[in-house]
Design a binder for this molecule. Structure first.
Ligand code: DX5
Ligand code: ZN
Length: 215
């Protein structure tokens, strides 16, 4: 599956980029929320997300890179999130935050940064629908893929497959046409792709190339 990250989309022409995602029938729309505290960059908030919600019926995969995400879960649910992922070290009580997300009837996930290990899965796997593995340090689009992420994806795949739990693996950061298959084969179910789609002249043909590669 593919989840284009709109962080790299053209916000002066955002309807065009949503039309492209609608026409190519992507699986999710990846929405990166940054607060300038948890990560050194600021993107946008729930007000913008609820505006964007009018442009598609595709599920919004909302990646919160903010301090104390627990304070904003309801706002993002109301704005139209279908899945919310949080960074464990950004929230005071992770279990409570995951339960809060699911209490609104949407899916919940956790995010693992490049230098973080998978130990936390031991006590969270029963509570999450998705594990997001960062293959760059969170904060910016257009960075290079950190190759140790492949090993982590393989490890996560094994842990999840042996656990009996149903948990998707999503990989995020630095994914291009030339490494997508490797990431997919390592065990990722969903690939987030930002600049390799919206940074190109013709995003439609890039999405179609990814779809062709992964089918
Ligand atoms: C980084 C974001 C990513 C980013 C991916 O903090 O979480 O979702 O938009 O962009 P690319 O595909 O350009 O690395
Ligand atoms: Zn992201």
């Amino acid at each position: 599956m593919i989840s284009p990250s709109i962080l790299s989309a053209d916000f002066t022409n955002i309807r065009r980029d949503f039309d492209i995602m609608n026409e190519t029938k992507v699986d999710f729309v990846h929405v990166d929320i940054m607060d300038g505290n948890y990560v050194p960059n600021i993107s946008f908030g729930p007000g913008i997300v609820s505006q964007l919600r009018k442009l598609t019926s595709i599920d919004f995969d909302v990646h919160l890179m903010i301090e104390k995400p627990e304070n904003y879960i309801e706002d993002f649910v109301k704005a139209g999130a279908n899945l919310i992922t949080v960074h464990p070290n950004s929230t005071t009580h992770l279990n409570r935050t995951l339960n809060l997300i699911k209490s609104f009837g949407i899916k919940a996930g956790i995010v693992i940064n490049p230098a973080e290990n998978l130990d936390i899965l031991k006590y969270t796997l029963s509570d999450i629908n998705l594990l997001l593995i960062m293959s760059v340090n969170p904060g910016f689009g257009g960075q290079s893929f950190i190759s140790s992420s492949l090993k982590k994806i393989r490890e996560a795949r094994e842990i999840i497959d042996n656990s009996g739990y149903n948990c998707l693996i999503e990989a995020d950061g630095g994914i291009k046409l030339d490494n997508a298959l490797e990431v997919y084969n390592a065990g990722a179910d969903i690939l987030v792709v930002g600049s390799a789609i919206f940074g190109k002249e013709d995003p439609t043909s890039e999405i179609l190339k990814f779809k062709e590669l992964l089918k």
